[in-house]
Unconditional design. Structure first.
Length: 366
């Protein structure tokens, strides 16, 4: 889904589908709750965030950020590929693939991966996904099927994986899941990485589960947008909860792009945001329609959820209403988002100028 990589066609197709969605789906107005929203809880959080935009790279090649994680108010990480020029003004082929937030500014860093598994050469390949257990135990997956750790100061060992990785999710360090292209799902039990049978060849884009790890979901879509699926893992095997083969299928329509779950509910990003019980005993209900497809939904609690969309919009749900926090435009798509009690951090790229730059949008709760 990146503007300038081998997945460029997918991004263009998603953009075209977004325009169709804009014509077909009514928009919700700023700070106006949707009439289709199920009743919210009595506790809400503030919609009031003060956003600052940061851009990086572009001078040495098209740059982007693909994933983000917040550890606390003064520590967050974003991963992707930022290309700068060297001391002679020439494009530097070695990407900065990690950005660290210290509470005041961002620092660009390089994480090394093997150029090829089984060989000794290394490269700062683009990073695809990140998961933070704590400030000294950060896991980063590369675009070439590898994973490494970061303790805040230095990098740990590099591990070659049996699968490609688009996203990471973990219960703990003894139960880590990855999803990737062509239905690939990986699992780490604390000692060994294995490939799990997903039952699909659809490119999987997101994975999330309940805090106890008893239920895990994965979702994605094919590069030509003709297929999409929502899968569930019950601890033994993966099964299909919803799939699309060419024609739109209720309740999600054409594509399921992202998922997140709280303790009670599963939230699904499609042509809108849908909610259903984690137990699966009810039908999904649309909370809000969206004019452009949501690339990522994340939350710190069910009354503090944020969504990053293809048109660069950040939406926030406070347990009762949705609020349109930022509306930058189609040249600033957002690929991922993280939210904590006081921060929202969304990442993607900025193509408004002659150079495509990696973009970070950081919002502090006022």
């Amino acid at each position: 889904m990146k503007f300038f990589t081998g997945n460029m066609m997918r991004s263009v197709s998603l953009l075209a589908s977004s325009f169709l969605l804009l014509l077909l789906i009514p928009s919700c107005h700023k700070n106006e709750p949707c009439t289709t929203c199920p009743p919210g809880g009595p506790d809400t959080t503030s919609h009031s965030f003060n956003f600052t935009q940061y851009t990086f790279g572009g001078t040495g090649g098209s740059s982007y950020f693909d994933d983000v994680a917040i550890i606390n108010d003064s520590l967050a990480y974003a991963v992707g590929a930022v290309y700068l020029t060297d001391s002679l003004g020439n494009p530097d082929p070695n990407a900065y693939n990690l950005a660290k937030w210290n509470g005041n500014n961002w620092q660009l860093l390089r994480i090394e991966f093997l150029t090829f598994c089984g060989q000794s050469g290394t490269t700062s390949a683009p990073a695809e996904a990140i998961w933070c257990f704590n400030d000294s135990d950060v896991w980063i997956a590369s675009s070439n099927s590898q994973i490494t750790t970061w303790n805040g100061k230095s990098q740990g060992a590099i591990t070659c994986l049996p699968v490609s990785v688009s996203k990471l999710w973990a219960v703990n360090k003894n139960a880590v899941y990855t999803v990737g292209p062509l239905g690939q799902i990986g699992y780490y039990d604390g000692s060994t990485w294995t490939k799990l049978e997903s039952g699909t060849t659809v490119d999987l884009q997101d994975v999330w589960g309940t805090s106890d790890g008893k239920t895990v979901w994965a979702c994605g879509y094919s590069i030509d947008l003709s297929q999409s699926c929502l899968l569930q893992f019950n601890g033994t095997s993966w099964k299909s909860l919803w799939s699309r083969q060419g024609v739109t299928t209720p309740p999600y329509g054409s594509l399921v792009l992202t998922i997140w779950s709280g303790e009670k509910n599963l939230y699904v990003g499609a042509a809108g945001i849908f909610r259903s019980s984690v137990s699966g005993g009810d039908s999904p209900q649309e909370m809000i329609p969206l004019a452009y497809v949501p690339h990522r939904i994340r939350g710190s609690a069910e009354n503090n959820i944020a969504v990053a969309s293809d048109d660069g919009t950040v939406w926030h749900y406070n347990g009762l209403t949705w609020f349109e926090e930022q509306m930058p435009g189609l040249s600033k798509p957002l690929y991922s988002i993280a939210v904590s009690a006081n921060l929202v951090v969304a990442v993607g790229f900025d193509a408004t100028g002659t150079d495509v730059k990696g973009r970070i949008l950081l919002g502090r709760r006022e």
